[in-house]
Design a protein around this ligand. Structure first.
Ligand SMILES: [Zn+2]
Length: 289
């Protein structure tokens, strides 16, 4: 696999933006949407919208409409129908079956109190005989000697996590829901997508997702993580931290701020409206710190 954007096969490029329906878009999510959009369009690729709706308890009614309206207001129009992770359960079950039959999964009884400092199983659950009837999560083991680093198109070489830091992780939750890592690993792999552009807060997750792709024999996409927007206290802007929704009545101002954050050239004064701003940004897009 070649991670260099310059060598991207433009005909094959398939990218995506994949928000969870947990509220309206905020400035931080617009950065991820815009970066993935511009990278795809710069490479004459496709750009899709996938709704990561595998956690119904966290879903907020009306979010999907709010997200799509905000994207359209900012000129970020996706190709094809909207994709939904909730439609992929059979793929996730199939993957779990494969991981079970190849011996990579174990049942874990750990609660927050018994996890180790890295969030891994902290009480050797894989050596215990845990019945199916006992509430448990499913964790995948990690073989450190087989866990490779990767080349991020933006941040460069990423070494594999230390052996003690990533011994295992959850692929199916105790409440029966599929874990984010499992769903993302499967749905982000080729041939669904060739290029994943998303926030740098997910760099650590990428190691987990690449490990699952490796175990499942899935072809890995190229990854690029972009710097996330921080609030004045230095925390990642997020719905959980109360980031305000985007004002879709001032898309030009929002886009200008996102482009500045992404270290892209400012649109010239002649590019005042959204389409012209996006055309300019697409043409001049490059991965910069
Ligand atoms: Zn455990």
């Amino acid at each position: 696999m070649n991670d260099s954007p310059a060598d991207t096969d433009s005909n094959a490029y398939r990218g995506r933006f994949a928000p969870s329906p947990t509220g309206p878009l905020h400035a931080g999510s617009l950065v991820a949407a815009l970066a993935s959009f511009l990278d795809a369009r710069h490479h004459h690729g496709q750009w899709h919208l996938r709704i990561d709706d595998i956690d119904p308890p966290r879903a907020v009614a009306g979010s999907i409409d709010a997200i799509t309206e905000a994207l359209v207001a900012h000129g970020l129009v996706w190709d094809g129908p909207i994709l939904y992770q909730s439609h992929s359960s059979s793929n996730y079950d199939h993957a779990l079956d494969r991981l079970i039959s190849s011996g990579w999964l174990f049942r874990c009884l750990c609660t927050r109190a018994t996890l180790d400092a890295n969030g891994c199983c902290g009480q050797h659950c894989q050596n215990q005989d845990i019945s199916l009837a006992t509430p448990h999560s499913l964790r995948v083991k990690v073989a450190p000697e087989r866990l490779a680093g990767f080349n991020d198109r933006f941040f460069g070489g990423q070494a594999a996590p230390a052996e003690t830091a990533l011994k295992d992780f959850i692929v199916k939750r105790r409440d029966g829901l599929y874990a984010y890592q499992l769903a993302a690993a499967i749905d982000d792999a080729k041939p669904h997508f060739t290029h994943i552009v998303r926030g740098a807060d997910l760099l650590e997750s990428t190691h987990r997702q690449r490990w699952l792709q490796q175990l499942l024999g899935l072809e890995q996409p190229a990854y690029a993580h972009v710097a996330v927007l921080l609030d004045p206290a230095g925390k990642k802007l997020s719905k959980q931290n109360g980031a305000p929704p985007l004002d879709k009545h001032q898309p030009e101002q929002n886009l200008r701020q996102c482009l500045q954050h992404l270290a892209q050239p400012a649109p010239p004064s002649s590019a005042r409206r959204v389409p012209e701003m996006l055309d300019h940004a697409t043409e001049h897009w490059s991965m910069r710190r």
